[in-house]
Design a protein around this ligand. Structure first.
Ligand code: PLP
Length: 412
């Protein structure tokens, strides 16, 4: 097959192979372009160094400053910063008093942490299906899974696009259940002119290096509910009502533990980096949107690849740029396309294996194929292309060239 498909041009007397790299051609680029990467500059580094020379490495003033900056971006009264996005999800479940016997509805097309947080509290995640064109939670599927035990819905802003919060709020209001946004992909986005972070009772962010802004590791929850914010502040510090700095400021040694919490504190070192990064969020998001627009434009004319669609009335923050392959018209499967693009030095990835198909859930919670058919079907054909603010225009064109070369080669 390789020979039959091999194409050469010799109009100028030189023979240029346009075979894909996986079949003996030369790769589109010499070095691997990752799917995501942090952008750290000298201002970020100086902010971290300043903390290292200060009195407070953790539980200090940078935590408050970072939280205030997050609340501003989210348009909420409160933000609670913790050690990771996963800790933030756990804190959200704790604050809502999710416990044994309770059910929480989670879309299956997400990172496992969106569902694992339910298990940390001894409750049961119930997986809902997604829309084919956006891979966002299908509100009708969530509604069909509500039972008297349902306590909350976790909505995941997959790839950076906010979910249908108008419909979700109506559904949750009708049943008296809480709405949590896993907004780990969507900081800086908006929905009907409201900021991501203000769209649910609690919204969760991650500051892992592949996300929009980073603190190394880190996470936060935003809310307008003071009681929930207080519960989460105590939860990140062993269930103790005061922290070390509050006691130092009051000249007091006495503290009480009033519930069982964890050590989910974030350091001032991380918060200094996070705050410095957050100041650049707007520019980061608009560069991501610019790259996505260029991809959209190019893929409109490339056969057998369909980008996810974005609904009107919202701003997609594009943590990921996901394409769906038309497998019926290709001579290989997604793994074949993945390998071919990797050989071109394009760092494609797959987000995600639906959570209900992970062996842990299948064996322990008896989940499996057939429970969320749209997500299961979509999984077979999805690929995430590189998208991050520091990508050059040349990097973007490399991705487009590689995708078009590889898909033309495998066209049925
Ligand atoms: C990254 C991510 C998390 C977990 O965040 P960490 O900071 O890595 O713990 C949770 N949910 C989603 C959708 C994510 O993308």
């Amino acid at each position: 097959m390789a020979d039959a498909r091999s194409i050469t041009r010799d109009g100028l007397g030189i023979r240029v192979s346009i075979n894909p790299a996986i079949d003996g051609g030369s790769p589109v680029r010499a070095t691997l372009l990752p799917y995501g990467r942090q952008a750290i500059d000298d201002v970020d580094i100086a902010a971290v160094v300043e903390v290292l020379r200060s009195d407070w490495l953790t539980t200090g003033p940078k935590v408050d400053e970072f939280e205030a900056a997050i609340a501003l971006v989210a348009g909420t009264q409160f933000a609670v910063a913790v050690s990771s996005g996963t800790a933030a999800l756990h804190a959200a479940m704790y604050a809502l008093r999710i416990g044994p016997g309770d059910e929480v509805i989670v879309p299956t097309m997400t990172f496992a942490a969106s569902a694992n947080c339910v298990l940390y509290q001894g409750a049961t995640p119930v997986f809902a299906d997604v829309h084919k064109d956006t891979l966002l939670l299908d509100v009708a599927s969530a509604a069909a899974r509500i039972t008297p035990r349902t306590k909350a819905i976790v909505a995941v802003d997959f790839a950076g696009q906010p979910c249908d919060y108008r419909a979700l709020r109506a559904l949750c209001g009708e049943h008296g259940i809480a709405l949590v946004a896993d907004a780990c992909h969507a900081i800086g986005g908006s929905y009907q002119d409201a900021h991501v972070g203000s769209l649910a009772d609690l919204s969760v962010f991650s500051f892992h290096p592949v996300k929009h802004i980073t603190s190394g590791e880190g996470g936060a929850i935003t809310t307008d509910n003071l009681g929930l914010a207080q519960r989460m502040r105590s939860f990140r510090n062993h269930g103790i009502m005061t922290d070390h700095r509050q006691r130092a400021e009051n000249g007091d040694f006495y503290y009480e533990m009033t519930s069982l919490g964890w050590n989910y504190r974030i350091t001032d070192i991380q918060c200094a980096l996070g705050k410095s990064q957050l100041a650049k969020l707007e520019g980061f998001v608009s560069r991501r949107q610019q790259i996505a627009a260029r991809y959209d434009e190019s893929f409109a004319s490339i056969a057998n690849v369909e980008p996810l669609s974005t609904s009107p009335g919202l701003s997609n923050a594009y943590h990921l740029y996901v394409i769906q392959l038309n497998l019926a018209c290709l001579t290989t499967n997604r793994a074949g396309i993945y390998r071919a693009l990797r050989a071109e030095n394009i760092g494609v990835n797959v987000h995600y294996l639906p959570v209900h198909l992970h062996p842990f859930y299948r064996t322990r919670y008896k989940t499996g194929p057939g429970m969320c058919p749209i997500a299961e079907d979509a999984y077979e054909g999805i690929l995430s292309l590189p998208i991050f603010p520091a990508m050059t225009d040349r990097d973007v064109e490399d991705v487009i060239q590689a995708v078009s070369k590889v898909l033309a080669y495998y066209r049925r």
